[in-house]
Ligand binder design. Structure first.
Ligand code: NAP
Length: 429
């Protein structure tokens, strides 16, 4: 074993960074044996230097992350600050100064992954980011290495624990969205400002990363269709139950049936209770992968939290250190397929539409005609009358999102349709 240690600069020592430092210290001997050289924590960059940080030598702490990265003797920079800047500049500076990078930063990778990969390649360094998607769950490496010989057709997952906790609460207790959100906040599962989670921004960043890797194609955050879950109601869950379904916020990356394009989207959807993703409870994450040769695979586990996320960071750190010792680098960006990313209108799926209509003869026929005119075939219809008004629940066969949007637009113009109470996609059948 080499005795000269590999030097690691830790940028950020918060929820994830503090656990990375702890594991590096407590597992130092095992890490050295697995890597073939000791790993030394050479510096820790933070914003508030006076904060007491258990287990961290205060002499290592600095507020000057740039100087730490530019030291010239750093082998690996672990970026767990988060956000776009200064993380982006620190990562590119690390490459320029001869260090490889391990990051957990989904926002940055979804926005600037291509440029960061190019910078890593230019300088002959590694960029690893297993922790950026679904916390502890090994997903990036299985997609980019274990399945590199297969053809992935679909990646569908629950990649945000906060929203899964909220939806699971609504499902199991009949609570409304706000009540379930309040409980998630009280228990620490939701942040004071939950926008990034409940509006699907966090999941969209992860979908962009997953789609890019799965389809060997550059997928930017802007390419991902995004709908949050704040409009999901207790009534939607009641409807889902009647269909033998539950509701999840899903990130779905798909190759088109003809293989010529891909789509990436995040939205709430009904899935059958028999689907493996339906049984993912609480704040857990799971990703369901479908490929030509392997068939169906499911990856499941804690998608966040300090120690679970640090586990993924440490796995990357070991891999990058091993590469460094052997004078090699791991796989870089693979975007050779360069498939076009189609808009949401091209997505084909099933829909559950709930309409408030006048309770009089002929309404059903009128509504059915509108669906037929837009080429959307109806699977089932359920009607419930109450005091001259009625609710009509229509479940369609597979149709394009553009056809469904046209149908809904036309339905809204009918005198007999008082309103469109909800539109929910039905997945996983
Ligand atoms: N938390 C999770 O469960 C989780 C899961 C998956 C991925 N991630 C990702 O991991 C990353 C870190 O998340 P986190 O939850 O650990 O965040 P966090 O608890 O807010 O920690 C951020 C750390 O960065 C430091 N920092 C902030 N601005 C800085 C600057 N300009 N220079 C130097 N240090 C700076 C902070 O210093 P102070 O300590 O002085 O404030 C803090 O130590 C993010 O990209 C996040 O998306 C987190």
């Amino acid at each position: 074993m080499r005795t000269r240690p590999l030097k690691v600069a830790l940028l950020g020592c918060g929820v994830v960074g503090s656990e990375v430092a702890r594991i590096m210290t407590t597992h130092a001997d095992d890490l050295a044996a697995r890597i073939g050289a000791p790993v030394e924590l050479a510096g820790v960059a933070v914003r508030r230097p006076s904060k007491v940080r258990e287990g961290i030598d205060p002499a290592l702490v600095t507020t000057d992350a740039t100087a730490l990265v530019k030291r010239g003797d750093i082998d690996v920079v672990v970026e767990v600050i988060g956000g776009i800047e200064p993380a982006r500049t620190l990562i590119t500076t690390a490459f320029e100064y001869g260090a490889s990078v391990v990051s957990a930063n989904k926002a940055l990778l979804a926005q600037d992954g291509a440029a960061l990969h190019a910078a890593a390649e230019e300088h002959g360094e590694d960029l690893y980011y297993e922790a950026a998607v679904a916390g502890a769950i090994p997903l990036i490496r299985p997609l980019r290495e274990s399945l590199a010989g297969d053809k992935i057709n679909r990646v569908m997952g629950i990649v945000n624990g906060t929203t899964n906790f909220i939806l699971d609460k609504m499902d199991s207790t009949g609570a409304g969205y706000q009540e379930a959100l309040d409980e998630a906040t009280a228990l620490g599962y939701a942040e004071a400002d939950p926008t990034a989670d409940v509006e699907g921004f966090d999941a969209a960043a992860k979908a962009a990363i997953l789609a890019g890797i799965a389809f060997h194609t550059r997928v930017r955050l802007d390419d991902v269709y995004r709908e949050g879950m704040t409009e999901v109601t207790a009534a939607d869950f009641a409807s889902a139950k009647e269909m033998g379904c539950t509701i999840k916020l899903l990130a779905i990356c798909e190759r088109a049936a003809d293989g010529g394009s891909v789509t990436a989207r995040v939205h709430p959807a009904m899935i059958p209770l028999t689907h493996p993703l339906a049984s993912v409870r609480g704040a857990y994450n799971a990703v369901f992968v479908e490929s030509d040769a392997a068939g169906q695979l499911m990856f499941y586990g804690p998608g966040a939290g300090g120690a679970p996320t640090a586990s993924a960071v440490l796995g990357d750190l070991v891999a990058v250190c091993r590469n460094r010792l052997s004078g090699a680098t791991g796989p870089g960006e693979s975007a050779y397929a360069a498939l076009p990313v189609s808009p949401m209108g091209d997505v084909v799926t099933r829909y559950h539409i709930s309409l408030d209509v006048a309770d009089k003869p002929g309404v059903l026929a009128q509504v059915a005609t509108v669906f037929a005119e837009h080429g959307v075939s109806i699977d089932t219809v359920r009607q419930q009358g109450k005091d001259g008004e009625a609710s009509l629940v229509v479940v369609t066969h597979r149709a394009s999102d553009a056809s469904l949007s046209g149908t809904v637009e036309a339905l809204r113009k009918l005198d007999t349709v008082r309103g469109v109470a909800s539109i929910m996609r039905v997945e996983g059948e």
